[in-house]
Structure formats: C-alpha cells, structure tokens
Design a protein around this ligand. Structure first.
Ligand code: APR
Length: 263
C-alpha cells in the first residue's frame, strides 16, 4: 500500500477516535506477536504445527489431559510467562486513559492488555492466568499450581485446566452479552490482529457495521473483513500503527494544539 494512504487512514482514525466516546477494540493474536507470542494461523502459527482439534478441543482434553498439557499448555505457559506488552497494547491502554477508547474485547489469553494498563478488558476466550479444576470448579492462580506433576491436580483430586475457552466450549455468557452490547452501541470498532475466522468473535465487526459504526482494521495481511466489512484497512503491524495513531491523537488532544487539516 502506498505510504500516503496509510498516513491518511491513520489521521482519519485518530480523528474518528477523538470525536467519539464510544470506541471499542477487538483484538486477536496478532497484537501479541511483537511480544514474542506466536499466532495460531499463518506463518509460524501454532496450528501449522499441531491439530487444534487434537490439542485445543475440550473433548481432546477430557480424553487425554496429560497429552494436552504436554503438547500445548506447558509450551504456551512458558512463552506467556516471559512475554511483555508491546507498543500495540500500550497504545490501546493510552487511548483508554485519554478517554477515547471504552473497552478492549480480546480473544487473547495472555493478559498483556491489562499488563499494559488497560482497565476495561473482556477476556472473550478466558485466560491462562488462572487454572480451574475440571471436577470442583475451584480456581487457582497459575503461578500457585504445583506443576511438578502433569496434569496438575486440585486438592479435591480433580485435574486443573487453564481458565480459557477450548474449542467446543461456550463463551462465558456474561462476556458474550457485554461484548455484544458494546459492539452494537459503538461508533468506532478497531479490529486489531485477528484473522477474523473464529466465531462468535468474528461476527462482531459485522454487528458493529450493521449498527452504524465505522470499522477500522489493523493487520499486516488482509482478512475476510477487508474490503467487505472494514471501512479502513491500515496495513501494518499493531505496534507501529498505534505509535502513529497516538502521535496524531496526542496532537489533537494537546491543549491549544494546531488542528491538522486532513491531507
Ligand atoms: N500486528 C497485527 N496483526 C498481526 C501482526 C502484527 N504485528 N502480525 C500478524 N498479524 C495478524 C495476521 O495477519 C493474522 O490475521 O494477526 C492475525 C492472527 O490470526 P490468528 O492466528 O488466526 O489469531 P486470532 O484471530 O486471534 O485467532 C482467533 O482462534 O485458535 C483460536 O482461540 C484461538 O483466540 C484464538 C482464535
């Protein structure tokens, strides 16, 4: 994409954000790639190396929890335990702090939005920060679970699993309801780093569009939303794009700052 287009779209995005109090972000694995966490699909994606139905479906976990712990969970936890927020996470947290972003609906289980300072985060697919006992349902912070034995056990004897949403499981109803409400009422939906292929998260941009919102996609690669649902497609990595957006927003935001006329 020609450089100028990206500048113009970044400027328009900043303008749209400072003119509304009802902007929401929907994020996916792409926003955490620059923090060293691999995506699920595409080059270097987890599902290129392993079958998600064999390691990330609830039936697979029930069938062989040890295998799922060994093949998926242990590896993900090792990566997540050292990951730190990047400029994409920090940019979204700053927009919230400035009052230009209401909430982040994330498909990620890494907790990096909160670590960057975002306060209103809907963990649509749950989290790896907590474990839940398959038997009694009690929760325990991941760092406090005895991992010397795999799969780890709760005091009731039940098996712990991350408090995330495996394939074949429902989205927590309170998260689904709140995300629907936010998306149906927003003026601007930022769609950042998602391949927009997994439901029900992938239908949120359409719901926003049908409710009259401007849908702004940020991704180095086009997705099924591009040119169909998205009004703007800013082609680039989340870190660099949010740095650019913040420069424009801070410009608008600064008291007495000269207002740039869109080029
Ligand atoms: N910045 C922004 N986006 C990026 C970057 C980057 N630096 N690098 C890659 N991307 C984009 C890719 O182009 C791709 O569109 O991030 C997207 C990652 O897509 P997926 O790996 O499919 O991740 P996601 O959409 O979050 O997956 C949805 O699927 O496997 C399940 O539960 C899992 O939450 C996950 C869901």
């Amino acid at each position: 994409m020609r450089e100028a287009d990206r500048d113009t779209l970044t400027q328009r995005t900043a303008e749209a954000l400072v003119q509304t109090r009802r902007a929401v972000a929907l994020t996916g694995a792409g926003v955490s790639i620059e923090s060293g966490i691999p995506p699920f699909r595409g080059p270097g994606g987890l599902w290129e190396k392993m079958d998600p139905m064999e390691v990330a479906h609830i039936d697979a976990f029930r069938r062989d929890p040890e295998k799922v712990w060994k093949l998926l969970i242990e590896g993900m936890q090792a990566v997540l335990s050292v990951a730190r927020p990047n400029a994409g996470h920090v940019g979204l947290a700053r927009l919230e702090q400035l009052g230009y972003l209401q909430s982040v609906i994330t498909q990620n289980v890494d907790g990096l939005h909160q670590a960057a300072g975002s306060r209103d985060v809907i963990e649509f697919h749950g989290t790896f920060a907590w474990q839940r006992c398959q038997n009694c349902g009690s929760r325990c912070k991941t760092g406090q679970v005895d991992l010397s034995r795999i799969p780890p056990r709760c005091s009731c004897g039940g098996i712990y699993r991350p408090d995330c949403v495996f394939f074949g499981e429902m989205i927590p109803p309170q998260h689904l309801a709140r995300a629907h409400q936010l998306v149906a009422r927003c003026d601007v939906l930022l769609v950042v780093g998602t391949s927009a292929t997994v439901q029900p998260a992938a239908m949120m941009p359409l719901l926003a569009k049908e409710s009259g919102a401007r849908v702004i996609e940020i991704n180095p690669e086009p997705t099924p939303l591009t040119g169909r649902v998205s009004d703007y497609f800013i082609q680039g990595g989340a870190g660099a794009v949010f740095n650019d957006i913040l420069v424009c927003v801070e410009d608008f935001h600064a008291p007495g700052a000269h207002r740039h006329a869109p080029r």
